[in-house]
Design a protein around this ligand. Structure first.
Ligand code: HXC
Length: 259
C-alpha cells in the first residue's frame, strides 16, 4: 500500500534511499499514522541490500514541527499508555543502517527528537531546533531530555527544555548538535553527498561502527570498549575486510559487497 504521509525515494544515489516526511500543510506534524509509515519504511529499507544509508527529510519550511498536537490534545494518560506510541520509536531506533537527517526550517519537539535519533545531521541555514513542549504544558517524551543533554550538555539542554527557546542552525552547530550547515538550496544535496560517502564503504563495517558508537551512550567505558573490540574482531570474518585491506596494499579503490 502506498504510504500517505511520507514519500520514499528508493535510489537518490547508489545505495542511498530518501524518506521525505510529507504533511506540508501541518508542517509535517508527526501523527501516529506518519510515524507508523516511517517505521515500516525504515524496516523495509534496513532489510534491502540495495540500500546502505537512509536520509530522512521534511521540506524547506519544516523538517517536523513536533508530534501532532491536535491528535494528542484530548487524550488521557491511559489513552497515551494504551496507544504506546513510543514502541514505534523504539523500532525506528533499532535501524542498523545509518540515518542522516536533512533538516530545513522547523525541527521542534518530536521533530527535534526524530532528528536526534538519526546518526548525522545536515542542516540548512534556516533550520530551527527546539523542544517547546514546556509551552503546551508537557515536556519532551521521545528522548529529548536525554539525547539533547548528551549532545549539547546540561546548560543548553536545560535552557531549551525549560524555556522552549529555539536555536538556530549555527548555534546547533557550535553546540555539537549537528554536523554541518549549508545554504538552504543545498541541504538535501549535501545530505546525499554525505550519505554517498558512507554508502561507498563496507556496509557491514558501517553498521557495526554505528552500533558501537551508540553503545557508548548506555554503557560504562569498559563495557563499551569490550563491545567495540568484539565488533572489530568480527569484521575480520567479512570479505569486505579482506577486500579493503588488499585494496590498500594494491593501491586501488576497494569494492565493498557487504559480505
Ligand atoms: C499539529 C501543527 C503543529 C503540531 C504546526 N501545526 N505544528 N499541527 N501539531 N505540532 C499546524 C498549525 O496548527 C497550522 O495548521 C499549520 O501547521 C501551520 O502552522 P502555523 O502555526 O500557522 O505556522 P507558523 O505561524 O509559521 O508557526 C510555526 C510554529 C508553530 C512555530 C512551528 O506552528 C508551532 O509552534 N507549532 C507547534 C510546535 C510544538 O509545540 N511542537 C511540540 C509538539 S509536542 P492550521 O490548520 O491552523 O493552518 C511534541 C511531543 C513529542 O512534539 C513527544 C512525542 C513524540
Amino acid at each position: 500500500m502506498q504510504p500517505e504521509f511520507i514519500i520514499i525515494h528508493q535510489e537518490v544515489a547508489p545505495y542511498v534511499a530518501h524518506i521525505q516526511l510529507n504533511r506540508p500543510k501541518e508542517l509535517n506534524a508527526l501523527n501516529l499514522e506518519l510515524m507508523a509509515e516511517l517505521r515500516d519504511a525504515l524496516k523495509a529499507l534496513d532489510a534491502d541490500d540495495n540500500v546502505r544509508v537512509v536520509i530522512i527529510s521534511g521540506n524547506e519550511k519544516a523538517f517536523a514541527a513536533g508530534a501532532d498536537i491536535k491528535q494528542m490534545a484530548g487524550k488521557t494518560a491511559m489513552d497515551m499508555y494504551n496507544t504506546d506510541q513510543f514502541s514505534t520509536w523504539d523500532t525506528i531506533k533499532k535501524t542498523k543502517k545509518p540515518l542522516i537527517a536533512a533538516v530545513s526550517g522547523f525541527a521542534l519537539g518530536g521533530g527535534c527528537e526524530l532528528v536526534m535519533l538519526c546518526d548525522m545531521i545536515v542542516a540548512s541555514e534556516t533550520a530551527r531546533f527546539g523542544q517547546p513542549e514546556i509551552k503546551i504544558g508537557v515536556m519532551p517524551g521521545a528522548g529529548g531530555t536525554q539525547r539533547l543533554t548528551r549532545a549539547v550538555g546540561k546548560a543548553l539542554a536545560m535552557e531549551m527544555v525549560l524555556t522552549g527557546r529555539f536555536i538556530s542552525a549555527e548555534e546547533a552547530l557550535r553546540a555539537g548538535l549537528i554536523n554541518r550547515v549549508v545554504p538552504v538550496e543545498l541541504f538535501l544535496k549535501e545530505a546525499i553527498q554525505l550519505a554517498s560517502e558512507v554508502a561507498a564503504l563496507s556496509p557491514l563495517a558501517v553498521k557495526m561502527a554505528k552500533e558501537s558508537v551508540l553503545k557508548s551512550f548506555d554503557s560504562s567505558l569498559e563495557e563499551g570498549l569490550h563491545f567495540e573490540r568484539k565488533n572489530f574482531y568480527l569484521l575480520f570474518a567479512s570479505e569486505d575486510q579482506k577486500e579493503g585491506m588488499q585494496a590498500f596494499v594494491d593501491k586501488r579503490t576497494p569494492v565493498f559487497k557487504g559480505q
